[in-house]
Design a protein around this ligand. Structure first.
Ligand code: F0G
Length: 459
C-alpha cells in the first residue's frame, strides 16, 4: 500500500500562546499603525503571515546546538562548523558570515560593483536592488515576461530571458556587467522557481562573455524541490543533490539564512573567487564584525549550520512547500485571484483583480492587507507600488505590473487549521470587496518606504 497523504516530519514539543483580539481592538491597532501592517505590534496579531523571514520554528537539535555556542571573539568553533556546512552542502569555497542577507548584499555590492555598472537580475528584490544602487550600479530586470503575468501558469516563472540579457550585453558591453544576480526562488514574482535548464543556458552564456553569476540562494531548497517535482530528469534526485547542482552553476551567493536555513537570524556571503572573497573578508570587519562571526553570536552560527542540513531534507521540504500549496489550492478553488502557479514560500493575492475598482495610486494591495488584519487578525504584506518605491531619476512612483498581497508561511510554525482560518477570512472578505476603499500615503520614508510608510483611508 502507498499512502499519498503527507504530514509534517516532526511533532510539537512546545507551543507559543496567541492573543485573540476583538474587531474594535483591531480597528484601533491598524489605525495606530497608519494602515501599515509592518507597524502593528506583533502581540496584536493572531496568525502572522507577514514574512517567512526569521520566523521559523527551530528544531530541538538547533536549540540544543545553541548551548554549544563558543562566544570567543575570534575563531569560534561554530564558525568552522558553519564553514564546513556551507562547503559540503552548497559547495562554495569561501565563507563570510553576516548578520543577515542584506549584510551580504552590502559587502558584495561594494566589492563587485563600480559606478555605472549594470546588474541584470531575475526581477528585483528590495534590499538587493538598493545595495546595487548605493554602490553606483543600475539594476535591469531580465526575467521572462511570463513572470509579470499573475495568471500565466508557466512552471518556471523565475527563468531569465537570455534575449533580454543579450540585449544588455550588446548595449553596455560585458565589461560593465560584473555579474548577473539570480534568485532561487523569485520572491517578488510570487515565489517562482528557476529551472535547471535555464540556469545551465545562463551559465553557458555568461561563460562566453566572462560575466559572473551571483546567486541569491535565500530559498534554494524550495527551488530545488520544484525542480524535482517538475523538471525532466530530476524526479529521482534528492533535494540536496539538486541544491548542490544549482550552486555549482554559480560563482558565489548571498544568503538570508532566516528563510531556507531555519534560523531566526543569520546570513552569509559565499564565494568561489579568492580575490573577491579577500576583499569582502576585509570589508566585513568594518560593517558586520570580525570575519569569524560577522555580526552573529557563536550560538547563531551553530543553529545555522544545523538548520542548513535540515533544510535540504526531502521530508522537510515536502511538508514546507506542501503547506503553502494546501493554502494556495484552497484559495484557487474558491475563485480568489492569486498568482499562479502557487509559489513555494507564500500565496500571493492579485490585489488589482481582487479590488478592480481601485487604481494603483490608491494602493490596493496595502489596503487589502489592512482589511485582512481587520477581518480576523491575520497579518500579511504589500508587494506592489509601495514596495516598488520611486524612480531614481524622475521621482515618480514605480508602477509594478504585479500589485500583490503576500500571505507568507513561516516554516514549521502554523497548522493546517490555521490555513483554514486564513482561507475563510480571504473568501469572506472577497464577498465584500466592493466596500473596500483606497488609501492615501501621509508619511513616506526615503529608503525602503514600505517598512515605515503611513497611510489614511481615502475619503
Ligand atoms: N533576498 C531575498 C530573495 C529575500 O527574500 C530577502 C529577504 C533578502 C534577500 C534579504 O535578506 O532580510 O536577511 O536581510 N526577504 C524578507 C521577506 C525580508 O520578507 O521577503 P535579509
Amino acid at each position: 500500500m502507498k499512502i499519498k497523504s503527507w504530514a509534517e516530519p516532526y511533532k510539537i514539543k512546545m507551543v507559543e500562546l496567541l492573543k485573540m483580539t476583538s474587531p474594535e481592538e483591531r480597528k484601533a491597532a491598524i489605525g495606530k499603525a497608519g494602515y501599515n501592517t509592518f507597524l502593528l505590534k506583533s502581540e496584536d496579531v493572531y496568525i502572522d503571515l507577514l514574512t517567512d523571514s526569521g520566523t521559523s520554528a527551530m528544531s530541538d537539535r538547533q536549540w540544543a546546538g545553541m548551548m554549544f555556542g563558543d562566544e570567543a571573539y575570534a575563531g569560534s568553533r561554530n564558525y568552522y562548523k558553519l564553514e564546513e556546512a556551507v562547503q559540503s552542502i552548497y559547495g562554495y569555497k569561501y565563507l563570510v558570515p553576516t548578520h543577515q542577507g542584506r549584510g551580504a548584499e552590502h559587502l558584495l555590492s561594494q566589492v563587485m560593483i563600480k559606478k555605472g555598472d549594470i546588474i541584470p537580475g531575475n526581477m528585483y528584490f528590495t534590499t538587493t536592488r538598493l545595495h546595487q544602487e548605493l554602490a553606483g550600479g543600475t539594476f535591469r530586470d531580465v526575467i521572462i515576461d511570463e513572470a509579470h503575468d499573475p495568471d500565466c501558469e508557466f512552471p518556471f516563472k523565475g527563468n531569465v530571458d537570455l534575449n533580454k540579457l543579450e540585449d544588455l550585453v550588446r548595449e553596455f558591453g560585458a565589461e560593465r556587467i560584473p555579474y548577473v544576480s539570480i534568485a532561487t526562488t523569485v520572491n517578488m514574482a510570487g515565489g517562482q522557481p528557476v529551472s535547471m535548464e535555464n540556469l545551465k543556458a545562463l551559465r553557458a552564456f555568461t561563460n562566453k562573455h566572462g560575466i559572473k553569476i551571483i546567486h541569491d540562494m535565500t530559498r534554494v531548497a524550495e527551488n530545488a524541490w520544484m525542480i524535482k517535482q517538475l523538471e525532466k530528469g530530476y524526479k529521482n534526485k534528492t533535494t540536496a543533490e539538486i541544491v548542490r547542482e544549482i550552486c555549482d552553476l554559480t560563482d558565489g551567493a548571498t544568503m538570508s539564512a532566516k528563510k531556507d536555513a531555519l534560523v531566526n537570524i543569520g546570513g552569509f556571503l559565499a564565494l568561489n573567487d579568492y580575490d573577491v572573497f579577500e576583499e569582502a573578508r576585509n570589508l566585513v570587519v568594518v560593517y558586520e564584525g570580525l570575519h569569524t562571526y560577522g555580526g552573529l553570536a557563536g550560538r547563531d552560527m551553530e543553529a545555522m549550520a544545523i538548520g542548513i542540513r535540515e533544510s535540504v531534507s526531502d521530508d522537510h521540504i515536502h511538508a514546507r512547500v506542501g503547506q503553502v500549496h494546501y493554502l494556495g489550492n484552497l484559495l484557487k478553488k474558491a475563485g480568489i485571484p492569486i498568482v499562479k502557479p502557487v509559489g513555494t514560500h507564500g500565496v500571493f493575492i492579485d490585489a488589482k483583480a481582487f479590488l478592480p475598482h481601485l487604481s494603483q495610486d490608491e494602493f490596493p494591495a496595502q489596503s487589502l492587507a489592512a482589511e485582512l488584519y481587520l477581518a480576523s487578525g491575520i497579518r500579511t504584506m504589500e508587494r506592489g507600488v509601495v514596495s516598488a518605491g520611486r524612480n531614481k531619476k524622475t521621482g515618480a512612483h514605480n508602477y509594478p505590473k504585479l500589485e500583490l498581497v503576500r500571505l507568507t508561511i513561516p516554516r514549521r510554525v502554523y497548522t493546517q487549521a490555521h490555513m483554514d482560518v486564513v482561507t475563510e477570512t480571504v473568501v469572506e472578505l472577497h464577498k465584500q470587496r466592493e466596500q473596500i476603499t483606497g488609501l492615501e500615503m501621509v508619511y513616506e520614508p526615503r529608503y525602503l518606504r514600505f517598512f515605515q510608510a503611513r497611510f489614511k483611508k481615502k475619503e
